[in-house]
Design a protein around this ligand. Structure first.
Ligand code: DAH
Length: 351
């Protein structure tokens, strides 16, 4: 092998040994750089005759081209290898199962609230919402339960600030009944002109579902629970209407005609007479058992007066029921706390 062929072979071996672009550029300098071997060869031609220069020059040029093409080839090989590494690192295995988007669902109590709103909505009831931090006046005093009334002890109240004897002060509402007063007062304001002219006012028909609070916690009580208030006031609204509304409501809610309803005498300060509402299924696992589902009654004249209405002319009924309890009955759940523990093993069963 001539010294020139030897040079090309060494250069190739050097280039092949360079494991990365920086090493390859160093190797290139050794041959093609200013002080490189090829440059040395060209300098060495200075002493040659013109004839010799011609043939030697041509040989050196061939060598230079061969080294350059070896360099280019090695550059390409290194770039290809790098690309392969990068592709491998960023490889997507399209056969892997995708990341699942968690399937959410409505909370079972929210489902009940939606059903309650839809059913009462279909019977012409408006849906109202109000504050959970309530004024003592709306929660108790306006509902015929003044500060010294013994019925206040029926509610284990979370007080926010001190209650003044005149009904000032705030608490976490113990029931949704304050919404009766809030809604009725607005309704009366809206129809003031009619009322002032002694004309009939459109009936009040409203439900007010929402969160309520009492200092209580066991399998059937939670410090936070839900209630749904109802109010229907007109010139001629009676218990008969209450019974038919309730019967329709519960039969629709539980999706069965095999359901009976009874009123059991009771006491609430804001109604007179008052009744506890019980339902019983005539088939199914709860067959024949009377289940308490709501409190109700004819709105007390003092409360009607607090609405801003004349109790001699306006009369009607109110009720309060527990959507949590209805949900327990509908799905056969026996511990209320499960609804509020936030355990997905329980909640995801209702998706
Ligand atoms: N607010 C009552 C409670 O929490 C439930 C209730 C009973 C509401 C009778 C009413 C009613 O509107 O007429 O125990």
């Amino acid at each position: 092998m001539s010294d020139l062929d030897q040079l090309v072979a060494t250069a190739r071996a050097d280039f092949d040994a360079a494991g990365n672009p920086a090493a390859l550029e160093d190797a290139k300098a050794k041959y093609l750089g200013k002080a490189g071997r090829v440059t040395e060869l060209l300098k060495g031609m200075a002493a040659l005759s013109p004839e010799e220069k011609k043939s030697r020059g041509a040989q050196i040029n061939v060598v230079k081209q061969q080294i350059e093409s070896a360099l280019t080839a090695r550059r390409q090989a290194l770039a290809d290898a790098e690309l392969q590494i990068q592709l491998k690192a960023e490889a997507l295995d399209v056969t892997l199962p995708g990341r699942q988007a968690g399937l959410g669902g409505l909370h079972p109590v929210s489902r009940s609230l939606e059903r309650i709103e839809a059913i009462f909505g279909s019977m012409g009831f408006d849906v109202a919402d109000g504050p959970e931090i309530e004024e003592d006046w709306f929660n108790f005093t306006a509902l015929n339960t003044p500060a010294d009334h013994p019925a206040r002890s029926m509610h284990d109240t979370f007080y926010v600030d001190t209650v003044a004897p005149d009904g000032g002060g705030h608490l976490l509402r113990t029931h949704t009944s304050p919404m009766q007063v809030r809604y009725a007062v607005q309704h009366v304001k809206k129809h003031k002109t009619l009322l002032d002219a002694g004309q009939a006012m459109p009936e009040i028909r409203v439900i007010a579902p929402g969160r309520t609070y009492r200092v209580d916690s066991d399998a059937t009580h939670s410090p936070m629970f839900h209630q749904c208030e109802g109010l229907w006031i007109g010139e001629n609204v009676s218990f008969k209407d209450l019974k038919s509304v309730f019967t329709d409501f519960f039969r629709t809610f539980f999706e069965t005609e095999d359901l009976n309803l009874r009123f059991r005498p009771s006491f609430f300060p804001f109604t007179e007479p008052s009744a506890e509402v019980d339902i019983a299924f005539s088939s199914g696992p709860l067959k024949g058992r009377w289940l308490e589902v709501a409190g109700s009654g004819q709105v007390h004249p003092n409360v009607v007066r607090n609405f801003g209405l004349d109790p001699e002319r306006y009369i009607g009924f109110a009720f309060g029921m527990g959507p949590d309890r209805l949900t327990m009955l509908r799905y056969g759940v026996n511990d209320l706390r499960l609804f509020f523990d936030g355990d997905l093993r329980f909640l995801s069963q209702f998706r």
